[in-house]
Design a protein around this ligand. Structure first.
Ligand code: CMP
Length: 141
């Protein structure tokens, strides 16, 4: 079925100037970008977004990294978009990511791993609403 998922191009990938290359991978896989914005997250925005990881030992480093520079937040739409995006990203740890995936090709460390993608339908719904109003999302036929 047609789904939506939230994607974030993280500060490391923005700094590497590969925003376009990453967006092309989504488009080439048949996903449509139905919302997008560049933003520099505040500490509060990053902490709220990653609230489920609050108790994890890496939470402080994760928030520091995600606020270290601008990100590009997008809503991707398409058939099986959540799983498709996760396949395109590859494993969370780039060292374990299959070749040809975004993380294998553009990332080196688990902290600076180029992209975030929603991991379930429930996460996608929460994460999309965290960054976008309905009026900012432009469904396409
Ligand atoms: P992301 O998909 O954005 O979700 C949480 C992020 O925490 C994850 O990508 C990684 O960049 C980062 N992270 C750092 N250490 C770990 C870890 N041990 N397990 C999972 N995520 C981690």
């Amino acid at each position: 079925s047609t789904e939506r998922t939230l994607s974030i191009i993280k500060p490391d990938a923005v700094a590497k100037n590969v925003i376009g290359q990453i967006l092309s991978r989504f488009e080439n896989a048949g996903l449509r970008i139905v919302a997008a914005k560049m933003m520099h997250l505040s500490q509060e925005q990053a902490e709220g977004f990653y609230a489920e990881h609050k108790e994890r030992p890496f939470f402080g480093d994760l928030v520091a990294f995600m606020t270290s520079g601008p990100v590009v937040v997008q809503v991707l739409e398409g058939e099986g978009a959540i799983a498709k995006n996760r396949d395109l990203m590859g494993a969370t740890n780039p060292k374990e990511a299959e070749s040809g995936t975004i993380r294998a090709d553009f990332a080196e460390t688990i902290d600076a791993n180029a992209v975030h993608g929603s991991d379930s339908a429930a996460s996608a719904e929460r994460e999309i609403a965290y960054f976008f109003n309905d009026s900012e999302i432009c469904p396409r036929g």
